[in-house]
Design a protein around this ligand. Structure first.
Ligand SMILES: C[S@@+](CC[C@H](N)C(=O)[O-])C[C@H]1O[C@@H](n2cnc3c(N)ncnc32)[C@H](O)[C@@H]1O
Length: 323
């Protein structure tokens, strides 16, 4: 498999984060943004096709049905920025609606070079859209995009796929406030949020019968082995999806099957992991509609319109930055 050569700075930032997450007192954790290397991004795309994972299809249905109306609610001269675009396949509906109106710039912001390249390929054929990709963290990328706006131009920020749910509460409010601070009054945010649903449905979505989500989760340890010269034995860990009722979140963990010591050579540390101990790798918060409204208000946005899927509880909310 071709992997991108990482710069020394990127290796040391990755190593420092891994060291902090694995050596902290109490619950060990690894940041979910590291799930998305080239292989991880491809595994995520596969997850979105699984029968148990209805989230992506619900998001796509809403965008397919309502893109024209969403675009009609926005001023003529609007540029589009997307946070964590992934392959961008669902974004096609929004961009085609913009392109029918006038020439529009689209700026996907992605931490994963592989996902960004896939997004450029996926959307290259849409008329009247120019794509300028940013291989950046969300806020750093959005700042750069905002710096490119023409006088009088509006920005629509897309944050789809319920990626907002990867932030613990109240980190989700803080993150939306940071987005709001980069925007101007009248700019907009289209936020996709997965909604509360029965626990069995959620567990199946994050622990599918083919084991693709397990592979996605375990690939994080494989990535640490590849890029930081670590010696995780993958067969000594198992994927676990659990529902935390207190936070209304699905958590993904990697549970150690036995006592072990792991060395991460390029980050210069080794760590003992006890049998049964877990490494927490991702949170996916499930929202109520009331909560989505409150989130918008606390972050300085006004809810302009909302669409909810009838087959899989998922909401698309168009918010406008208030004064
Ligand atoms: C859950 S996936 C969603 C992808 C796509 N938006 C969708 O709805 O299918 C999250 C995406 O955000 C990207 N990502 C995660 N953390 C990021 C960060 N801190 N900055 C920029 N992109 C990030 C990942 O590489 C991944 O492609």
């Amino acid at each position: 498999m071709a992997t991108r050569a990482l710069s020394l700075d990127a290796v040391s930032a990755f190593g420092a984060d891994i060291r902090e997450g694995l050596t902290k007192k109490g619950q060990k954790e690894l940041a979910s943004k590291y799930l998305y290397d080239e292989l991880g991004s491809k595994l995520f795309e596969t997850i979105s096709l699984l029968p148990e994972y209805g989230l992506t299809r619900a998001d796509e249905r809403l965008l397919r049905r309502h893109s024209r109306e969403i675009v009609e609610r926005l001023p003529g001269d609007t540029m589009v920025a997307e946070l964590g675009s992934g392959s961008g396949s669902k974004t096609r509906w929004i961009l085609e609606a913009f392109g029918r109106r006038r020439h529009t710039s689209y700026c996907p912001i992605e931490i994963s070079a592989a996902a960004l390249a896939a997004c450029r390929r996926e959307l290259a054929d849409i008329d009247a859209i120019s794509i300028v990709g940013f291989e950046r963290e969300y806020l750093e990328g959005l700042l750069e995009v905002a710096g490119r706006r023409r006088v009088g131009q509006r920005i629509l920020v897309l944050f789809l796929g319920s990626t907002i749910g990867n932030f613990d509460h109240p980190a989700d409010v803080k993150f939306l406030k940071e987005i709001r601070a980069i925007l101007q009054a009248g700019d907009a945010l289209l936020l996709g949020t997965d909604l509360e649903k029965p626990v069995e449905q959620l567990i199946a979505a994050y622990d599918d019968s083919l084991g693709v989500t397990a592979a996605f989760n375990l690939n994080l340890l494989a990535r640490v082995n590849r890029e930081l010269d670590a010696d995780f034995a993958l067969e000594e860990f198992e994927h676990e999806a659990r529902f935390n009722a207190e936070t209304s979140s699905i958590e993904m963990h990697l549970r150690a099957r036995r006592d072990q010591r792991v060395t991460v050579a390029k980050a210069g540390f080794s760590v003992a992991i006890r049998a049964g101990e877990t490494i927490w790798t991702e949170t996916s918060h499930k929202y109520s509609l009331k909560e989505v409204g409150a989130l918008a208000g606390k972050a300085g946005f006004l809810c302009e319109a909302q669409w909810v899927d009838g087959e899989w509880a998922f909401a698309e909310t168009l918010m406008v930055a208030g004064t």
